[in-house]
Each structure stands twice: as C-alpha cells, then as structure tokens.
Write a protein that binds this ligand. Sequence first.
Ligand code: CA
Length: 228
Amino acid sequence: MSVRILLVEDEAAIADFIIRGLKEEGFHVNHATNGTEAWEMMMTNDWDLILLDWSLPGEDGLSLLERFRNFKPNTPVMFLTARDAVSDKVIGLNAGADDYLCKPFAFEELLARVRSLTRRLDVQPSTILAFDDLQIDMANQRVDRNGHRIDLTSKEYVLLTLFIRRHGQVLSRNDIYEQVWQEPYDGISNTLEVHIKELRRKLESQGKRLIYTVRGQGYVLDRNFESA
Ligand code: CA
C-alpha cells in the first residue's frame, strides 16, 4: 500500500514541484492550499506524513501543528518553510514537528527525509497518552482512570489532552482559549471555568485532583501541585 502524504502549501509552483516528484517515487499525495482546508484534511484522514508550510493564508502552519498535536501526537509532520533562523526551527520542533526543511531545498533532500520519516510505518505507533493513573487512547478518544472509563465531551477531551501534553506548565486562560476554542479569551466569559469544573468532577470521581488553579495565572495539571 502506498504511503499517504498530505502536502500543505499555498505556492502553486512549489506544490507542483513536490507533488510531481513524490508521485514519481510512488507516494500518494493530497494537497491543501490554506489553513482551513489543511485543518479539515489533517483531521479527517490518517496521514502517514504531513508536509507543512509555515506561512499560509488563514491559520498558519505553526498554529495548525500545535492544535493538531492535541489530537494526533504520532503523525509525522515536517515543516517546509523559508524561515531559516535557528529560533524558528526550535519553535517548530518544540511545537511537535518531527523534521524541518528550509526552502529552497533540493528534491533529493526532501525525498531522503520523507523516506526516513515514513520508514517505520509497519511498526504500529503507540496511540496511548498516559499521565499518572490516567490513560488516553487517542485512536478511540477514550479516557480511563484507574481502569474506570470516564466519558468526556469533545471540548473536555481536547482540554484534557492539552493539559497532559503540557503537564507541569501553568496555562493561561488565553492559551487555553486559543487552543481549545480557537479564539482569544474575551476577559468576561466563564466558559472555561465551567468546563474545568466539569472535567475535575469527572476525573476526581476516580482519583485525586490533577488540575489546579493558579491564582491570577491560569491552570496547571500536575501530580502534586503546591500553590506558592
Ligand atoms: Ca507559504
């Protein structure tokens, strides 16, 4: 079965060059040209590899990747971007990219990296995200704590995976709104508080507190958190 690659690239000439080359090498390639289309395609298919441009019309590649990692931590993603500063590479890799290739690049180098990132496809990647006594089966969006199933709404689920991926870090309301609701915090709404309260209630029905409020800063998920 051929390897399925999603290319997210708004510049037609670059996209044509990549698609033609990869198809000649036997890869199956689909193409998205803007942030909205990319998000839709990223979420509705299981890709073997995503080649992601950083600067895009609409939502940019970095923001797409950060959100995507809440749902699919194991899909290989490689940035293809003209941003060649070390600081950008660090930001891209920290956001969850597996590789980073600066434009302009030689097709041979792209091909070598694509082969490297898709080589171990026959090894089933783990889709279990675990923290303390919590287990999240990402493939089935199923959450268990101490062996008991916990039913979450889709927003609660996204909220929990965000906390687990960033465990030990205090997340501001604005951070959380941008990741979970894709909009900045308006400073008034109590939507987040309501969701946190409900998520805590469900999680704490099977174990101790994991999500703590940090006064004036936001929320943190941790095993033992002591407020300063
Ligand atoms: Ca671009």
